[in-house]
Design a protein around this ligand. Structure first.
Ligand SMILES: [Zn+2]
Length: 139
């Protein structure tokens, strides 16, 4: 009964959203106040990281940068998106895996994260970690 009432797309969306470590999908769809895909709100080190990626791989499509008040779901901790220290972006066509590999090898001053069922890459500045499709790797 319930499955019949539930549109396939809606189910897929909530299924994916609940899998992600951060409230990524919800924040970009939910219109949380002041959310931005602007680069101007980023800290200088976050902008520098983006610059390193783009100088190597070409322009990326920003999905989301600053989200005032954003919290990491399930922990209540402040998200790096709240402080302009995180970027979600789409890699140029066909370059996602290459960029992720490069980040793992070279981005030592922050996080690299991808999500099951979602195509964007999350990077942030701070402590180093790698989490790919929901699986944490040794930093
Ligand atoms: Zn993110």
């Amino acid at each position: 009964m319930i499955t019949r009432l539930c549109l396939a797309l809606v189910c897929a969306f909530f299924g994916l959203a609940s899998l992600s470590g951060e409230a990524e999908a919800r924040a970009s769809f939910g219109g949380s106040g002041g959310a931005s895909a602007s680069r101007a709100c980023l800290t200088s080190s976050a902008r520098a990281l983006l610059g390193r990626i783009e100088s190597r791989f070409g322009a990326v499509q920003i999905v989301s940068t600053c989200r005032p008040g954003a919290r990491i779901r399930g922990t209540g901790k402040r998200s790096k998106h709240a402080s302009g220290e995180a970027i979600d972006f789409h890699a140029p066509r066909g370059k996602k895996a290459e960029i992720v590999r490069w980040l793992i090898a070279n981005h030592r001053s922050g996080g690299t994260m991808t999500y099951p069922g979602m195509n964007h890459i999350h990077v942030d500045v701070g402590y180093r970690f790698v989490s790919l499709a929901g699986k944490r790797m040794r930093g």
